[in-house]
Ligand binder design. Structure first.
Ligand code: URA
Length: 206
């Protein structure tokens, strides 16, 4: 199956890309029976936002970042003056990886290898959307964009470059904020807000 994908022609548009990921069985996650979740937004968006993988809510809705992590993201984008409608929102991995516990489907992190396998699609998506700047939410997003795993502590909030020179900014994944409380949550919310403020300023003044 891997060879089939390598032999596949790059999708000509985002519709063809969505069809391609829906039938992709190149990794175990693609084979687990869930529906692929394509990116969402305008093909001409200046900003691309990349998360890790769809969660339970996203898989059911067929749209990225519609669950609790999406609410955190939306609130921070709005506070920074960035309109989500102007961005193209997608994930490093297009299928939902989970373990079943009773009726619940519990999120599992994709492996580096699974992210690297899905990178073919993320690269094609980026070539079609052609964003001027990319916001990477968490380490898996950077892995998907660059093939390397970053240090969030050292690299967040600064403008970095993708291998093809497109600037990107790394911040924490919103799900990480949701796992914190008290002072740690406040501190990370403030860091997230400051990273998005830096992004907004790059968007205004590239
Ligand atoms: N987390 C992600 O990384 N992406 C989504 O689409 C939802 C939650």
């Amino acid at each position: 199956q891997g060879t089939e994908l390598l032999a596949e022609e790059p999708p000509v548009d985002l519709g063809a890309l969505a069809e391609g990921i829906a039938r992709c069985r190149r990794c175990q996650i693609g084979c687990n029976g869930t529906a692929a979740v394509p990116g969402e937004g305008s093909p001409g968006a200046r900003l691309m936002i990349v998360g890790e993988q769809p969660g339970d809510n996203e898989e059911m809705a067929g749209r990225p970042f519609v669950g609790p992590a999406g609410e955190v993201l939306n609130a921070h984008l709005a506070a920074a003056g960035i309109d989500r409608q102007d961005a193209y929102v997608t994930n490093a991995v297009k299928h939902f990886k989970f373990t079943a516990r009773g009726k619940q489907r519990l999120h599992q992190n994709p492996t580096a290898r699974e992210i690297d396998t899905c990178r073919w699609w993320l690269d094609k998506e980026r070539a079609l959307v052609h964003p001027r700047i990319v916001l990477a939410l968490g380490a898996s997003a950077v892995r998907g964009l660059t093939g390397r795993t970053p240090s969030i502590g050292r690299e967040r909030g600064r403008l970095l470059s993708l291998p093809d020179g497109v600037p990107f900014l790394l911040t924490a994944h919103p799900s990480y904020l949701l796992r914190l409380d008290g002072a740690a949550r406040e501190r990370e919310e403030a860091n997230f807000a400051s990273d998005l403020a830096a992004l907004a300023s790059h968007l205004r003044d590239p």
